[in-house]
Design a protein around this ligand. Structure first.
Ligand code: NDP
Length: 341
């Protein structure tokens, strides 16, 4: 019997490459959508380099902004992993500026999956769809039942796009035979598989290259990309995953804590890694005129704890520590020559 075929959208992304590699290692056939031929070659090259069978990977050109190619992409696919979504290094000025691509793309992709009778869709959502725009300070727990408030003035365009895209996916499968699981990762570190850097690992690169002299007092959940990929693969077949929003995160760490670990794990960079905290008054002053600073100000001194027990139990996973995820990201940046001591 032929191996199960999975469609992975945005196969050239940082997280998606790990998903493609793990799927191929598990014996799946993978059709991966990319925007350009050069990206298809990048994914095949990554597989060859890491011992994955590149013959199991078949690229397919499609863009989230166009209807073209999505129905064809689904032909012969039993399962879908939808990772593609804009994750820009700087936020657009317009609050809803990423929604057309993220939400519109999700409507196209999940709609095509439903039409094709795909049995399960695993969507790469984010904790950005869960934890933002809520009132209150200090420590608060967030989980599956929480949804970011897109009406808030403190929410970023990226978080708005992820929240509305996820909502559109739930609406698209409602009343159909297609099951949906969302994987909602926190900030993803861990190793790069090639020289293409994802937006999240860029933060570590900026710390290592001395481009961040001070850091605001904000805390994030962090997780290793290998565990995020494993969560997607497990969610394709775990029976209890259907209909769930699974938060995937190892632990919460402040930005200064992350920087401390970068310096400890890679002492040659210790002189450049930021050690000082950006004063709260400076963030608040900037917030008066700058929307990104206003979003940062809303996060100051808050700790968002994440309920990850459902993901661990349903998917049968244990997550690597934050230190391991940070060290692996820093080591791969060094190995790829993307940072130099
Ligand atoms: P990347 O930027 O590496 O991956 C994004 C992927 O989306 C790329 O393959 C990109 O294609 C594709 N894409 C963007 N716009 C379009 C478009 N118009 N049409 C088709 N494809 C498009 O980021 P990550 O791997 O980090 O992110 C992958 C997913 O994970 C995203 O949905 C992101 O929101 C989510 N996520 C990421 C987290 C993180 O910390 N990294 C945390 C939580 C969620 P191309 O390669 O051509 O640019």
């Amino acid at each position: 019997m032929d191996a199960t075929r999975v469609l992975v959208t945005g196969a050239s992304g940082f997280i998606a490459k790990h998903i493609v590699l793990q799927l191929v290692e598990a014996g799946y056939r993978v059709r991966g959508t990319v925007r350009r031929d050069a990206k298809a070659e990048e994914v095949s090259g990554m597989l060859r380099r890491h011992g994955g069978d590149a013959a199991l990977f078949e690229p397919h050109l499609a863009d989230l902004t166009s209807d073209a190619g999505w129905d064809e992409a689904m032909i012969g696919c039993d399962l879908l992993v939808h990772t593609a979504s804009p994750f820009p290094r700087s936020q657009p000025r317009e609050k809803f500026g990423l929604v057309d691509v993220a939400r519109g793309g999700t409507v196209r992709v999940v709609g095509a999956a439903v039409r094709a009778g795909v049995s399960r869709v695993v969507l790469t959502s984010s904790i950005a769809s869960i934890v933002y725009g809520h009132p209150g300070r200090g420590e608060r727990w967030f989980g599956e039942a929480d949804v970011s408030n897109v009406e808030s003035s403190d929410i970023s365009p990226y978080a708005v796009s992820k929240t509305l895209a996820e909502r559109a996916a739930w609406e698209a499968v409602d009343g159909t035979r297609t099951e949906l699981t969302t994987i909602n990762p926190s900030l993803v570190f861990g190793p790069l598989l090639d020289r293409t850097m994802g937006t999240s690992v860029q933060l570590i690169a900026m710390m290592m290259s001395g481009r961040l002299p001070v850091l605001p007092d904000v805390t994030f959940g962090i997780v290793d990309v290998r565990d995020v990929a494993a969560a997607h693969v497990a969610a394709l077949t775990a029976s209890k995953a259907a209909g769930r929003r699974l938060v995937v995160s190892a632990e919460e760490r402040s930005l200064l804590d992350i920087a401390r670990q970068v310096a400890e794990g890679h002492p040659a960079f210790a002189g450049r890694v930021p050690r000082r905290r950006l004063p709260t008054w400076a963030v608040k002053a900037a917030a008066v005129v700058s929307p990104p600073a206003r979003m940062l100000a809303a996060e100051l001194g808050r700790t968002k704890r994440l309920e990850t027990a459902p993901a661990r139990e349903i998917l049968g996973l244990a997550f690597r520590s934050g230190d391991e995820a940070i060290d692996a990201a820093a080591s791969s940046l060094l190995a790829e020559g993307l940072v130099t001591p």
